[in-house]
Design a protein around this ligand. Structure first.
Ligand SMILES: Cc1ncc(COP(=O)(O)O)c(C=O)c1O
Length: 314
């Protein structure tokens, strides 16, 4: 390999056989925390930059800017650092500070945006995110930068359509009946679901949202300050999602996500974050329900190391 960029992807798919012992059904977990930046968002960083280069949207040495909860920024810091593009990450102070420090270590300039009055650290609300978006737009204009817009650019979808989804199909030998994913931008869900359905339209794909913020399921926003970092932003319109790929919606509470992340660490030796816990909790709902006896795939979105400053690990 000529750089760490080539070390992105081709992560292992592991059966969670200890957690599902006594249950009927299998859960296969894609260990995305083993990417160089310790999250699945390395994949989209690589794809967005490659696509922008191929389309002539990014000039040599041009600054790249993106709004991030930390993981996309870490991926972009790695890819931009290797390729020689200055990178500015704009992030809410509500996200854990490990992320900002890691991006800085990788050479990124990190702009931290204060949370709204009433918001709590560790709980980034849709309102907080609006502020981060405004600041991102300001920095893009000021620096004449390329915006690696993860909510809109097809590179986010394509990273998972071309790689994550096909890898899961190959590694599971196509023995897969359902997929569920906690949605931030929806890129992972959209790309994997499209790949799965192109291969076998009977594979069912479920969106996972925080309880009380399940707006994609059509519910009112009752609990914007949930703790599942990396998604659940209560945005009703996610440009990358395609309605025809959504077979249903699942909800996970903060407590369920935390308990599942802790179990993943203790029982399976997989050290991951809140959203991976949410994915596991949702997959357990499926095999305890209508997918009894079936196989469900999930992504392990990022590393538990990114949450050492939170109360995920008491
Ligand atoms: C930890 C974590 N989990 C889940 C997600 C959601 O993934 P996606 O944006 O592909 O929906 C993200 C996205 O940033 C994330 O950082």
């Amino acid at each position: 390999m000529v750089s760490a960029i080539e070390a992105i992807g081709e992560t292992p798919l592991v059966e969670l056989g200890r957690i599902t012992r006594g249950l009927h059904g299998r859960i296969l977990a894609k260990l995305e925390m083993l990417n160089p930046g310790f999250s699945k968002k390395d994949r989209i960083a690589r794809q967005i930059i490659q696509d922008a280069e191929a389309e002539g949207l990014l000039a040599p040495g041009q600054t790249v800017v993106e709004l991030t909860s930390g993981n996309t920024g870490t991926g972009l810091a790695i890819v931009c650092g290797i390729k020689g593009y200055p990178f500015v990450a704009v992030m809410s102070r509500g996200n854990s500070m490990e992320r900002a420090r890691m991006m800085s270590a990788l050479g990124a300039e990190v702009v931290l945006v204060d949370q709204c009055a009433g918001s709590r650290p560790g709980q980034v609300s849709g309102e907080d995110l609006k502020r981060v978006e405004e600041e991102t737009q300001r920095v893009v204009a000021e620096r004449h930068a390329f915006r690696a817009d993860q909510f809109r650019l097809q590179g986010n979808f394509r990273a998972h359509y071309l790689h994550t989804g096909p890898e899961i199909l190959r590694q599971s030998k196509g023995d897969l009946q359902a997929f569920c994913d906690f949605v931030g931008t929806g890129g992972t869900f959209a790309g994997c679901a499209a790949a799965f359905k192109a291969h076998d339209p009977s594979i069912r794909c479920y969106i996972v949202e925080p309880e009380g913020a399940a707006v994609l399921a059509g519910e009112p926003l009752a609990h914007p300050g949930h703790r599942i970092q990396g998604g659940g932003y209560a945005m009703r319109n996610l440009p990358l999602l395609r309605p025809e790929h959504i077979d249903g919606h699942l909800k996970v509470s903060d407590e369920e996500a935390v308990a599942a992340a802790r179990r993943l660490a203790k029982a399976e030796g997989i050290f991951a974050g809140f959203s991976s816990g949410a994915n596991l909790a949702a997959a357990l709902q499926l095999i305890r329900g209508s997918f009894r006896g079936k196989t469900v795939a999930i992504t392990i979105c990022d590393s538990g190391l990114k949450y050492l400053s939170t109360d995920l690990w008491p």
